[in-house]
Each structure stands twice: as C-alpha cells, then as structure tokens.
Design a protein around this ligand. Structure first.
Ligand code: ZN
Length: 299
C-alpha cells in the first residue's frame, strides 16, 4: 500500500517531469520549427528538374541514338531540331550542337518560364553516310563534300526523305527540287519521324524551329488550315533578328508529309530556318534569331 510519503514523492516526480517537459519544449521550440523547413528545402532541391539533361528519344534505322538536350526549368518549352536532312545539311547539325554548348554555358539568358530543347541530329544515319561522323563533330572534321550533288546523306538508311514522312497531306512519293523521293511506306513509317512525333507529344512545345540549308530564308508552315498567326509572328521575329528572308508560303515545288506542316495541323507553330550556305553555321545571325524567340515567349 502506498503511504503519504510515497504519494508525495510520486507527485514531486510527476511535477518535475511535467515541468521539465514544458521547459524543454519551450526551449526547444525554435529548433523544432526550423527542422521541417530545412528538410523541406532539401527535399525540394532534390526533386526539382535538373537544369540540363540529355535523353535518347529514339534510334535511327541503323540503331544510332537520336538525342535531345534540355536546358532550363521553365514550364514553356521551345524545341529546335537540326539534321533532318542528315549529312547533306551537316551545318544544321553543327549549329545545333553549338547552340547546346552556348545555352549550357549561359543558362541565365533563358527566361525563367522557358525550357530550351534541342535535338541536334534527327538523321544520324544520313550524317554517317555522307561524312563518316557520329555524334558531335567539328567543322574541320568534315572532309567529304561528295554528297552535295547527289543528295547523298539527305535521306535515312531506308532512302526515305524524313521531311516527307509526317502526317500532313502524306503521299508515298514526294518531290525534292523536281526529283521523286520516297516518303516512306506510310505516315510515320520511319523511326526517326516517330522519335520526333513522340518527343513533341511528351513536351508539348510552344513552338518548333527546324534548321536546314541552304536558301537563306525563314519559312512559315501550314497543312490544310492556313498559317497559324503565331507562326507568322515567330517567322518574322527570327528572320528580322537573323537577317534572313521571310517566306510565309513555300511554293517553289509541291511538298507533302513535311514535319512543319504536321505541327501546324496539330496547332503548334513551326518554322524552317534555311542557312545561307551548306557549310556555315552563321552563328551571330542564328543566336540573334533564337534570342528573339526567347524574348517573344519569355515572361
Ligand atoms: Zn533540308
């Protein structure tokens, strides 16, 4: 049986424990408040998107990787694509790789709401066929110009002109400067075209720019519903900043199944930038053109 002494002792112990707890609790309060904040900040930093990343978005007919580089963390995506005509237009690939390096080293020029995506070479088999090169390369490493006359290196390894394989007025045969070219066995029959289609579905870009050569112009795009107003706006912004001609409607020869037209058909503004020559990247002009688009879409 507990006696009065035991009860008094127990009350004192309880009192001390409660008092101690309250004292410690009070004293520890700021630390208790701070801990979750620090943890949350660390967690946020860990899970946020990396500032730059490289993904493989598909493989060519011969199994070469098709890469996409993403730089920035904004929710509005802009996509730039080089090399759809492979080694025949290798300068468009070189320009794209230079642009990737530039943005990696100058991330601050990208507005906060924007992420820049660059697929440097949509046709790596075409580059390899014409030049023997794979991946990133330098202008000095280009030693063969044999492909210029024949168009060698323009097509993929199935001999398909990739820029005729997309879902806009597609036909099995199309034209390139009066020659008949294969447009594939059906819409999106080629793995390179599928890679672009799927990447566009993944990022839902606000606009897409294709680098080609060599007409010294920026072209708008359309499929069956005319040119989107935003397409005209980016055509004008890029062409005036980069000192290229602006061509709202391409009518030099009939084209079917082009990637830009397909994008227009799904409501995505797209332009074709044709460099002036087949060997220069016209760095200052294209940087000005790209910056004009960053200004246009930046908030
Ligand atoms: Zn081209």
């Amino acid at each position: 049986m507990p006696n009065k002494t035991h009860i008094a002792l127990a009350l004192v112990i309880v009192g001390l424990l409660v008092g101690g707890f309250l004292f410690l609790h009070d004293g520890a309060e700021p630390a208790v408040e701070e801990v979750p904040i620090v943890v949350e900040e660390e967690v946020i930093e860990t899970i946020s998107a990396p500032v730059e990343s490289r993904v493989v978005v598909g493989n060519s007919v011969e199994g070469r990787e098709i890469e996409a580089y993403s730089i920035g963390t904004g929710e509005d995506d802009l996509l730039f694509v080089g090399g759809i005509h492979g080694g025949y237009e290798w300068n468009s690939i070189l320009l794209a790789y230079e642009m990737i390096d530039y943005f990696k080293n100058n991330i601050d020029v990208i507005p906060e709401n924007i992420t820049v995506h660059i697929i440097p070479n949509l046709n790596p088999d075409g580059l390899f066929l014409a030049t023997g090169l794979e991946g990133k390369f330098s202008a000095e490493s280009i030693t063969s110009n044999a492909m210029h006359a024949s168009g060698e290196g323009r097509f993929n390894a199935n001999d398909v002109d990739l820029n005729r394989n997309f879902d806009c007025k597609w036909a099995p045969e199309s034209t390139w400067r009066g020659k008949v070219v294969s447009a594939g066995t059906e819409v999106f029959s080629e793995p390179e075209a599928i890679a672009l289609r799927d990447y566009v579905a993944t990022i839902s870009p606000k606009a897409v720019v294709f680098w080609h050569s060599q007409a010294n112009n920026v072209y708008a795009s359309e499929c069956e519903n005319g040119v989107l107003p935003e397409t005209l706006a980016i055509m004008n912004a890029y062409s005036s900043a980069g000192s290229y001609g602006a061509v709202p409607v391409f009518d030099a020869y009939p084209i079917t199944g082009d990637a830009e037209g397909w994008l227009a058909s799904i409501g995505i503004p797209a332009i074709t930038v044709e460099l002036e020559t087949r060997t220069s990247i016209e760095w200052t002009r294209n940087l000005a053109g790209v910056n004009a688009l960053l200004n246009q879409f930046g908030k």
